[in-house]
Design a protein around this ligand. Structure first.
Ligand SMILES: Nc1ncnc2c1ncn2[C@@H]1O[C@H](COP(=O)(O)OP(=O)(O)O)[C@@H](O)[C@H]1O
Ligand SMILES: [Mg+2]
Length: 325
């Protein structure tokens, strides 16, 4: 199969797998990211986020499967490295250098002549909000400033795809906000595809257009953030019916497998909940909608029906056994 030639596709992976000896770090990962997408790579520690990034940036060779970045297949690692930018998991910085010298040096590595490299460094420092610290030594930078400098470095070759490995890890809330705002900017203003790994949900919901949820190397859920939020099956809810028809509603609900019904303090309210485990095929299991249909089908008017909150976090917690860690 030929990969990577499809218009608008920035990253495509097909059954990408990486084993380290007996341990499988990434197993059969397939997905597509489009230009300008901000893809959240979400998973607990050890889920395979860093390995995925190292595969897609041609640092590691896959054990099996294939991928393409900006139209170049995995068989052309040099071309891929020229077209990606990376903020690694734990980047070291030369504390004695100024931010501008550091970026200048990296711009020169990508072949820019000195005056062009200085111009590029100055522009990038402005882009990441470090213009006023351009001539300070990096050792005087806060952790958040270093992360933003690292993101500037990842942009030095004007990459088609930028990979940021847990860019907000260890930052205070203000530092996190600055990094996330920068991520949004990079995608919007440059049209660059961003792949961002994280083990926390709020930032996915805040900046990502789509999400890949990894659990022990396997993709357990993927889609746009909006789709996933909608697709999450609510697990419980409160159903209010006319008080004299509560018995009839209960009878109608009794016939549904996988549904629990309990009385509420209010006599006209039934608390209904799904008793089965989510099976990972969202929408195919018994849903609260079945309950609603059964009640209406029995001729009981539904006065109100409030489902308990369904957010991406519910999906994450339900789908990853390590969730919440
Ligand atoms: N170089 C390596 N050698 C052996 N095992 C590794 C190596 N890199 C990662 N792993 C293992 O692969 C799994 C996924 O790791 P990683 O990709 O770092 O996860 P994450 O970034 O989501 O925390 C873990 O079980 C980890 O121990
Ligand atoms: Mg990692």
């Amino acid at each position: 199969m030929t990969m990577g030639s499809k218009a608008g596709v920035a990253v495509e992976a097909v059954r990408l797998t990486k084993r380290f000896g007996p341990r499988t770090a990434v197993e059969g990962l397939s997905f597509t990211a489009r230009r300008g997408d901000v893809v959240g790579l979400l998973g607990a520690n050890g889920a395979g986020k860093t390995t995925t990034i190292r595969l897609l940036t041609a640092v590691l060779a896959p054990t099996s499967g294939q991928f393409a970045v900006d139209g170049y297949p995995s068989t052309h690692p040099m071309e891929i490295r020229r077209r990606v930018g990376v903020l690694p998991e734990s980047a070291g910085y030369p504390g004695h250098q100024t931010g501008r010298d550091y970026l200048c040096y990296h711009a020169r590595l990508f072949g820019l002549a000195r005056p062009d490299a200085v111009r590029a460094a100055t522009r990038l420092l402005t882009e990441v909000g470090l213009a006023d610290r351009a001539l300070s030594r990096i050792r005087t930078y806060s952790r958040g400033m270093r992360q933003r400098l690292g993101i500037a470095r990842a942009l030095v070759n004007d990459p088609a795809v930028v990979f940021l490995d847990e860019p907000t890890l260890g930052l205070d809330p203000a530092g996190q906000r600055q990094v996330l705002a920068l991520v949004r900017d990079i995608a919007l203003r440059r049209g660059t595809t961003v792949i961002l790994s994280t083990h926390t949900l709020p930032e996915v919901e805040e900046v990502c257009t789509s999400v890949l949820i990894l659990d022990r190397g396997r993709l357990v859920l993927s889609g746009t953030v909006g789709d996933l939020t909608d697709a999450v099956v609510p697990r419980s809810g409160l159903l209010r019916v006319p008080v004299d028809l509560v018995g009839r509603a209960r009878d109608a609900l009794a016939g549904i497998a996988g549904l629990g019904v309990a009385a509420d303090e209010q006599r006209d309210v039934l608390r209904i909940s799904l008793t089965g485990e989510p099976d990972g095929r969202w929408g195919r299991e018994t849903s609260l909608n079945d309950a609603l249909h059964a009640v209406l089908g029995a001729g009981v008017p539904v006065l109100s029906f409030a489902v308990d909150g369904s957010r991406l976090s519910d999906a994450f917690l339900a789908m990853t056994r390590e969730g919440g860690r």
